[in-house]
Write a protein that binds this ligand. Structure first.
Ligand SMILES: Cc1ncc(COP(=O)(O)O)c(C=O)c1O
Length: 370
């Protein structure tokens, strides 16, 4: 049976380690803060090649806290791509800034940097770069654009743990990067969780304080912050999973290359572009584009093959942004909403299963009797 996500199979594959980690948190009652959080933060910083990691409550808070820590002027314009999960833009508004959408590049589904350049004004202070679907953005180009206009870079890496741009893990290539450990992510907790990474010690310190009531000490608060902390249980679980992540991402890449080979050159079907030499895709999602999306979804569903839609309504077409002047209806991202379909991908699948899925997709497009 082919599943889109199989957290039970993942748990079964590492059960003794997970059970032991949970038991030790229970034995120590180290529920908030404590050694498990510190251990995970150090391990994740090292994994991502960042100097600092601050665990927070979830990936949405991570973006909001990162933006706040950057200390941008209130009401600044922050540019973000038109297709993402709403957290990428929601956090900008929550942090007291204005969301300015830029279109996506139809080849990568990431920010179209020419469109970004066209949207920069004297009020633009930052860019939220989303490594959507686990694909690393071209950070060299993003950095060149940002430094030409004195903009800060936040990397929303919620879908891209382990992705690399030219040998460097995403997250701390820009000023600050954010991660989600929502259970279905490539690195998922058993509840909500998130993290911020940066190479800037002062930014890391401010994030930590914002996430913990502006504390400098237990009863001393330098400013008003909030409560957004990664808890001990999640940290212990994530510490167990982290050493498996590279292997899991390799499997995702094996499945992606099977899909890529078997689904090449089909009329009416657009595959995601391969990443450039030297980059590593984390393949959180494998997203196809076709004008026959709904028919394909139904066809696969009838065969017991689940699919996803990421995302069926672009941010720029959401009611939440009906008053946002930058949300243009002629965005490529808006048209994609009806065409995107995600095939199953994950370490729970075998390459044989990927062949099976691909064969059914190919038959749908090429076999009149399918
Ligand atoms: C691109 C992106 N950004 C941010 C988030 C927010 O993460 P969380 O659900 O942990 O708040 C998610 C995931 O849900 C996401 O996919």
């Amino acid at each position: 049976m082919i599943k889109f996500l199989d957290l039970q199979a993942q748990y079964a594959s590492i059960k003794p380690e997970i059970d032991e980690a949970i038991q030790s948190v229970l034995n120590e009652s180290s529920f908030i803060g404590g050694p498990h959080v510190a251990t995970f933060e150090a391990a994740f910083a090292e994994f991502q090649g960042a100097e600092h990691c601050v665990g927070v409550g979830n990936g949405t808070d991570a973006i909001e806290i990162a933006l706040e820590a950057l200390g941008l002027p209130a009401g600044s314009e922050v540019i973000v791509q038109a297709n993402s999960f709403i957290a990428s833009s929601e956090a900008i508004t929550r942090a007291g800034h204005r969301v300015v959408f830029a279109d996506v590049d139809p080849d990568t589904y990431l920010l179209d940097l020419e469109d970004v350049a066209a949207r920069i004004t004297s009020k633009t202070a930052a860019i939220v770069v989303v490594h959507l679907y686990g694909r690393p953005a071209n950070m060299a180009e993003v950095k060149a654009l940002a430094s030409a206009h004195n903009l800060r870079i936040i990397e929303d890496s919620a879908q891209a743990h382990g992705a690399e741009h030219q040998g460097q893990r995403v997250g701390a290539i820009g000023d600050i990067g954010t991660f989600s450990f929502y259970p279905g992510k490539n690195l998922g907790a058993y509840g909500d969780g998130g993290a911020i990474v940066t190479n800037d010690a002062d930014l890391a310190r401010r994030c930590r304080m914002i996430a913990n009531h502006g504390r400098t000490d237990k009863y001393l608060h330098e400013f008003e912050g909030r409560n957004s902390r990664l808890d001990g249980l999640q940290a212990a679980i994530l510490t167990v999973k982290l050493p498996h992540l590279d292997r899991w991402i390799d499997r995702r890449n094996d499945i992606a290359s099977t899909y890529r080979t078997e689904l090449a050159d089909i009329d009416g079907l657009t595959l995601p572009n391969d990443v450039p030499e030297g980059d590593r895709h984390a393949y959180h999602l494998f997203v196809l584009r076709t004008s026959r999306r709904d028919e394909l979804v139904e066809h696969l569903s009838n065969l017991g093959i689940p699919t996803g839609k990421h995302y069926p309504v672009a941010l720029t077409a959401q009611p939440a942004y009906s008053q946002n002047e930058s949300a243009r209806s002629d965005f490529v991202a808006n048209a994609h909403g009806a065409q995107l379909v995600s095939l199953p991908i994950g370490e729970h699948l075998t390459v044989d299963q990927a062949h099976e899925v691909a064969a059914h997709v190919r038959a749908f497009f090429t076999d009149a009797t399918a």
